[in-house]
Unconditional design. Structure first.
Lengths: 543, 337
């Protein structure tokens, strides 16, 4: 069957580099997205290590002052725009059509355009380092007037703006593609209450991106005009510094949920399969996704509690920020209830999913603390915030991403990863992560402000930094173990059939790896777990 | 695998607990620095309450997680394909665990709102209070007192007297943070923010800039010196002597980048540079800053907002210093600023 559709493509496209350059197949584009974003992940991770080396002892001179600010800016920007968002787009690309029983995305060429824009945007962003007078230096938030022409001369900041623009256009295109695909191309019988929870998460991810990305695009355009055309949108006398922050965070806070919701979707797939139970409260998990997405658009100014907002506004944003914790805790309780009385199989996907629950809980709780804005007056812009944000985005999202990588590795490559290396990866990463970021809460309380290139304090203050740097190093080692595992298993891992896990959703009905057209036929979907239904039917027939 | 994991859990717990001991015993412990003002105390109180609340939730969730991991791991005699009980949900339970967090968080929000007047020291506005202007520059703090006194990087305050800071940024956004006194407040160009508190103990309190403001963000310290009324008045008066003000201005505005003796650091070496002893040239440079491709970094307009008296004080200080005002051996050209 597979050969028939392949025969339609010119032979020069097969198996060659050209075939990857010209592909419009959602699976290949998904792989390109995932691999490319992991390369950027590596680059941004090396930047993090450079910072931790610089901060490993007081008065260090490893990075120059300007270089530190460039690295701190690019680490944040690259992790957000070049790793987390696109790697989730990669998962969405690969999985959504398979999960809903479609042959491809709704607009395959647009899909390819999204990927190439993302790659271009990434290269433009990183080229900021090459600009004379250095790369962008005002943090991933690029607050004005720091990022204005006067205080950031040279083209580093301009390249940052253009890079953010290109990746933004890429994300908007791919989000529209996801929405049209999910709304129109579901298999017969797959009602909204039967689509996989990961697909629900990609729906919410896409809606949020379409709603908020235009805001950062507009803000970045105005900043570019200010810098290059002499306009004064963000001039201080016009209230520009606050305007930028409102526009940035109107995008920037939903962006956090854009980065977290699909990871929550991943572990909502993994936990049931490795507990041998259905998800506890499918509707609650699905609706809490929508609830979080909605509420996430009403909380942006909790990043601005110290800019001198009127007290009633601070109270409003504190209340909405606390409210987000409700649907979030619903998810945590539902995952725990899914584990309850299950037969837990401790393979890497479940390990990382459990790590997500344990670590994300910490990040969520410190989020509640920060929403109580009098405390935020102390913690804002300190390492407490750095720790909080990494518990959410690394302990949460990145652990979720690794859960997904191991879970779908056999589907994508047709081979099983090395379980032993994966377990080593998990424990090294778990240990390293907590060593790196737990002490940062205490550093923040002791008064260490974020984005400083060095400090003069010794004693316990320096020791916490030492521990944090050791943790970061361990995380780096863990990543090497992962890289080795991924590369060797992709080449020589044990071959597996369509459904090595005994999973529930349609992507496991296709071959591993799936044929270019995904399915020869799609079974009529009668529940949220079509593959389990199929297994049960086969068992009844005694085959 | 399961057996190994079960063994790892207690090991991890023991490690975590043994780590907790020294952390709790360490200076600062697990709380913010001990507050020296009523508003700082209000923040601290709130911190401990919300930490306790979150701590309880943390222990409950993580305990459940670990218990489930241990209790519901697949037994060796259970085949991998064996299913657990097919429980699809329980509406009543789910409503309960939606409602309970909602109620707790609503209570927390309301309690937080009741603390706002204390945290923001709102009463200070209605009392007789000292008002000090705070002008944040790249990379120093300039303080302006009611009678026109100026200090640089050190803020003098009389003990037990309510104070209102009126903060603004002179170039980019900075954030004034003296953890022992109260929370931070941003100093933003184009607007004036207000921060109120009542210092209740004498002493020196260290502070810093909390908002990334450029290449020397890490070195923008400030000290708040709280003294009795007499000490405050005489210290402030002593700072107004031209040489004292000039020295403080040099150390805050110039030396952060050019070094104490003008030997150069982030900025070029300027000791003995002709501009230093040229009043008009220096004034223009300090007011406008400059950006030339000759140096890695631009020079910010550090003299924005200075009264003539401060320019003159700086000139006087430079003149009084032989290293700064005497041209060095002709080989070194120095920089433009």
């Amino acid at each position: 069957m597979a050969t028939r559709s392949e025969a339609l493509a010119p032979t020069w496209k097969e198996g060659s580099v050209t075939s990857w350059l010209t592909t419009v197949d959602h699976k290949r584009i998904g792989i390109l997205y995932i691999v490319t974003s992991f390369l950027f992940f590596g680059a941004a991770g090396v930047m993090a290590l450079l910072m931790r080396i610089q901060l490993s002892h007081s008065n260090a001179g490893f990075l120059t002052k300007g270089a530190y600010n460039e690295v701190v800016t690019m680490h944040g920007t690259a992790m957000v725009f070049l790793f987390v968002v696109p790697v989730l787009a990669g998962f969405g690309n690969y999985l959504v059509p398979l999960m809903i029983g479609a042959k491809d995305m709704a607009f395959p060429r647009l899909n390819a355009a999204s990927y190439w824009l993302f790659l271009l945007g990434g290269l433009v962003l990183l080229s900021s380092f090459l600009a004379d007078q250095g790369g962008a230096q005002c943090g991933w938030t690029s607050y004005t007037p720091c990022s204005s022409e006067q205080f950031s001369p040279g083209h580093g900041q301009d390249l940052w703006i253009l890079g953010v623009h290109l990746t933004g256009i890429s994300s908007i295109l791919s989000s529209i593609n996801f929405l049209v695909t999910i709304h129109n191309m579901r298999a017969p019988g797959m009602t909204w209450m039967r689509i996989p929870l990961f697909t629900w998460a990609i729906e919410a991810y896409s809606v949020l991106l379409v709603l908020v990305l235009p805001t950062i695009a507009a803000a970045a355009t105005l900043l570019l005009l200010d810098r290059q055309a002499g306009t004064t949108f963000f001039a201080p006398e016009n209230g520009g510094p606050i305007l930028w922050q409102h526009m940035f965070w109107f995008f920037g806070h939903p962006e956090v949920y854009i980065m977290v919701l699909p990871a929550m979707g991943i572990i909502s797939e993994v936990i049931p399969v490795f507990s041998r139970k259905p998800i506890f409260g499918y509707k609650a998990v699905a609706f809490s996704t929508i609830g979080i997405a909605f509420a996430s658009m009403l909380v942006w100014a909790h990043h601005m509690f110290t800019v001198g907002m009127p007290t009633y506004l601070q109270a409003f944003f504190a209340a909405t920020s606390l409210a987000v914790a409700v649907p979030t805790s619903v998810k945590i309780f539902n995952w725990l209830a899914t584990l309850w009385r299950g037969h837990l199989i401790f393979r890497a996907p479940l390990m990382f999913a459990l790590g997500f629950i344990g670590l994300f809980t910490i990040g969520g709780l410190t989020g509640i603390m920060l929403a109580v804005f009098p405390f935020d007056y102390q913690a804002q812009d300190s390492y407490f915030v750095v720790a909080h944000m990494h518990y959410v985005l690394f302990g949460g999202t990145v652990f979720g991403v690794f859960s997904g990588v191991y879970y779908w590795f056999p589907k994508i490559t047709g081979r099983m990863y090395n379980e032993r290396l994966a377990q080593i990866h998990f424990w090294l990463l778990f240990l390293g992560f907590n060593l790196a970021f737990l002490p940062q809460h205490l550093l923040g309380l002791m008064g260490m402000q974020r984005r400083i290139y060095t400090y003069t304090q010794g004693g316990i203050f320096e020791w916490y930094n030492v521990v944090s740097s050791i943790g970061a190093l361990l995380m780096g080692v863990a990543m090497l173990v992962f890289l080795w595992n991924a590369v060797t298993s992709w080449r020589t891992g044990r071959r597996v059939g369509p459904d090595p896990w005994g999973a529930d959703t349609l992507e496991w009905y296709a071959d591993s790896p799936p044929a270019p057209h995904n399915f020869d036929r799609v079974p009529y979907v009668t529940s949220a777990r079509p593959l389990r239904d199929l297994r049960l039917r086969l068992q009844e027939r005694g085959t | 695998m399961a057996a190994k994991l079960t063994a790892a859990v207690p090991v991890a717990l023991v490690l975590a607990l043994s780590g907790a001991g020294p952390i709790l015993a360490a200076p600062g412990g697990i709380g913010p620095p001990s507050p020296e003002t009523p508003s700082g105390e209000a923040i601290s109180r709130l911190y401990w309450i919300v930490l306790g609340l979150c701590g309880i939730v943390f222990v409950l969730v993580e305990t459940a997680l670990i218990l489930f991991i241990v209790r519901f791991r697949r037994r060796r005699d259970t085949p991998e394909s064996a299913e657990g009980p097919q429980i699809h949900g329980n509406t009543r339970l789910e409503i309960i665990w939606t409602a309970i967090p909602a109620i707790i968080l609503a209570a927390l929000a309301i309690f937080t709102f009741t603390q706002i007047p204390a945290v923001q020291a709102q009463a200070v506005a209605d009392e007789e209070h000292l008002t000090v202007g705070v002008e944040a520059h790249q990379f120093y703090w300039e303080y302006r007192y009611p009678n026109g006194e100026i200090t640089v990087n050190t803020l003098y305050l009389p003990v037990d007297e309510p104070v209102e800071l009126r903060l603004t940024g002179m170039d980019v956004i900075h954030s004034w943070w003296v953890p022992a006194l109260t929370g931070k407040m941003d100093a933003i160009p184009g607007r004036i923010n207000t921060l109120r508190f009542v210092p209740e103990s004498t002493g020196d309190f260290e502070g810093k800039c909390a908002e990334l403001c450029g290449v020397q963000h890490a070195f923008m310290p400030t000290t708040v010196t709280v003294m009795d009324r007499d000490g405050y008045e005489s210290a402030l008066a002593a700072q107004q002597e031209p040489l004292a003000l000039g020295k403080a201005t040099w150390e805050g505005a110039c030396a952060t980048c050019h070094g104490l003796d003008g030997q150069g650091d982030v900025g070029p070496s300027i000791a003995g540079n002709g501009t230093l002893t040229n009043p008009e040239g220096l004034r223009t440079l300090l007011l406008n800053g400059q950006n030339t491709s000759q140096f890695d970094y631009y020079m910010p307009p550090v003299g924005r907002g200075w009264p003539p008296r401060q320019f003159e004080a700086l000139m006087a200080y430079i003149k009084s210093s032989e290293t700064l005002s005497t041209a060095p051996a002709p080989t070194t050209t120095g920089g433009g600023g």
